[in-house]
Unconditional design. Structure first.
Length: 339
């Protein structure tokens, strides 16, 4: 082969490689563009005003790909699959009550992300924010709006296993007084003060009296429903095998995740309801594993998230164990119902 032919061959090879590289870049760019646009067949979303006042609304984190991904959006509570109005406020986890919201956000940094809990007013304006020491997983606001709570993973990344650690915090939204970890509270177990290095809390839910709350305590390889007292700064064990409790609006029952023997270690839970007076458990009609802190739509209905095409979809089921579960909204998580 002559020197001239070798040069021509090299030039041709370079041209081919450049064309392949260009095609790859264009293909990746096209995929990114498609991802950032609303997907055909997905929920209809328009920008607008979202407020935590005005009854009969559901506010939640939108999971659909597009310009409003992760934003708080709202729909009529009677039409949860209807057209969505999106704010510009992005949250990983969210809850609201009585015109106060808590939004757990990622703060993107040059080296790594950090997280914070933002207290929102009725117009989604920031009132205060607090550092969160790990990956956010649960959020709750008390019925009066006075207290907010959040849980974060500070070691491990899944409730399904045993090698994880969480931090549950509570803040008084009026005074700004923060309890960074419920581990500062005195634990009363079997009528006695209990101390253990492995005590772990998550999934706070509040009663209407601005004093009582419930949460999960894990210690010694078991989980417990605990009743907390914000004034006495104590938690007292009530019932075993309870995770992510959610108190009913009438304050008489707790919906929770129960680990059921024989299920996969990666999907070990079923959704149950506990009567706080009798401690009688009632399984819901949802037969799939629910890894969520359910929300009470009213005194009779539970709403929760399950994995979906966009990340998560919302389902509802009767709290008394009757009927069947049904999907009410796609590409949605962390709902709050505004009465």
């Amino acid at each position: 082969m002559t020197a001239r032919n070798r040069v021509l061959l090299l030039v041709a090879a370079v041209v081919v490689l450049a064309a392949v590289a260009t095609a790859s870049v264009l293909h990746a760019s096209a995929r990114a563009d498609r991802r950032n646009k609303a997907q055909p067949g997905g929920p209809r979303i328009t920008a607008g005003t979202v407020a935590l006042t005005g009854g009969g609304r559901m506010v939640f984190r939108n999971m659909a790909w597009g310009p409003h991904r992760d934003e708080l959006t709202t729909v009529p509570a009677t039409d949860p699959a209807g057209e969505r109005t999106a704010s510009k406020v992005k949250c990983l986890r969210f809850h609201a009550a009585s015109g106060t919201g808590v939004c757990l956000q990622a703060v993107h940094g040059a080296v790594q992300d950090t997280y914070r809990a933002v207290i929102l007013d009725a117009h989604l304006k920031e009132r205060a924010h607090y550092d969160v020491p790990g990956i956010p997983s649960r959020a709750r606001v008390s019925p009066s709006g006075r207290f907010a709570a959040w849980t974060a993973f500070v070691g491990g990344d899944s409730y399904a296993g045993t090698n994880f650690s969480t931090r549950a915090a509570i803040v008084d939204t009026r005074t700004g007084r923060l309890t960074p970890s419920l581990e500062a509270y005195r634990i009363v177990k079997d009528g006695r003060t209990y101390r253990a290095a492995d005590a772990n809390f998550w999934g706070v839910t509040f009663a209407a009296d601005d004093r009582t709350f419930y949460a999960t305590l894990a210690t010694g390889g078991s989980t417990y429903l605990v009743r907390g007292d914000l004034r006495a700064r104590t938690v007292t064990t009530l019932h075993t095998n309870v995770e992510c409790p959610s108190l009913s609006p009438d304050g008489t029952r707790v919906a929770f995740k129960k680990r059921v023997k024989g299920l996969s270690k990666d999907a070990p839970w079923r959704l149950y309801v506990l009567d706080l007076r009798t401690l009688r458990e009632t399984p819901s009609a949802e037969s799939r594993s629910v890894d969520d802190q359910a929300v009470w739509r009213d005194d009779h209905t539970l709403v929760y998230a399950l994995p979906g095409d966009y990340g998560a979809d919302l389902y509802e089921v009767a709290a008394d164990g009757t009927g069947a579960a049904r999907r009410i909204s796609t590409a949605a998580v962390s709902p709050a119902f505004l009465p």
